[in-house]
Write a protein that binds this ligand. Structure first.
Ligand SMILES: CC1(C)Nc2nc(N)[nH]c(=O)c2N=C1O
Length: 159
């Protein structure tokens, strides 16, 4: 069993409803045990600003799936929610990012763990800290030390 942390993001359609439905979908999968979800947060887009605001959340769960199998499952759910592989950093119906897989560091063509943007994104770090404020990243940094030193934007807790 490994503890996985998955980032959710959406800014097209009804992002809050999409994330609630995606969390419900993930919580019903037998491959993910003891799933817990953070609150939902609204935030301005990081990167290209000419797109709608985002809604973000993070979930954690226990899984026996290997990392690439988790990735395959998340990409299948993204497609189920109608995500087209659109412009890099463009708007999206639903993004599911594998952020952490246990304490592993993974560098594959399809998968980099920890997620490359993790420590620069308050819309990831804040919900992650809500789920596990004692988290230590594979490189030894505590999540709280990352949160204390990162740039913060206008993250608004929704639920
Ligand atoms: C375009 C980019 C980098 N910006 C984002 N900005 C925010 N606020 N939330 C996201 O999930 C998000 N995802 C992205 O992929």
């Amino acid at each position: 069993m490994a503890t996985v942390y998955i980032g959710l993001g959406a800014n097209l359609g009804n992002p809050e409803q999409t994330l609630k439905e995606a969390i419900f979908e993930l919580s019903g999968l037998s491959q993910f045990a003891r799933l817990r979800a953070s609150s939902l947060y609204a935030s301005k887009p990081m990167g290209p600003a000419e797109q709608p605001d985002y809604v973000n959340a993070v979930v954690c769960a226990e899984t026996d799936l290997a990392p690439l199998a988790v990735l395959d499952l998340l990409q299948a759910i993204e497609h189920q929610f109608g995500r087209q592989r659109s412009l890099r950093w463009g708007p999206r119906t639903l993004d599911l990012d594998l952020l952490l897989y246990g304490n592993e560091t993974i560098s594959l063509p399809r998968l980099t763990i920890p997620h490359p943007g993790l420590t620069q994104r308050d819309f990831v770090v804040v919900p992650l800290a809500e789920l596990n404020s004692e988290l230590v990243l594979p490189d030894g940094r505590s999540l709280l030390s990352v949160q204390a030193t990162m740039a913060h934007h206008d993250l608004q807790k929704i639920t």
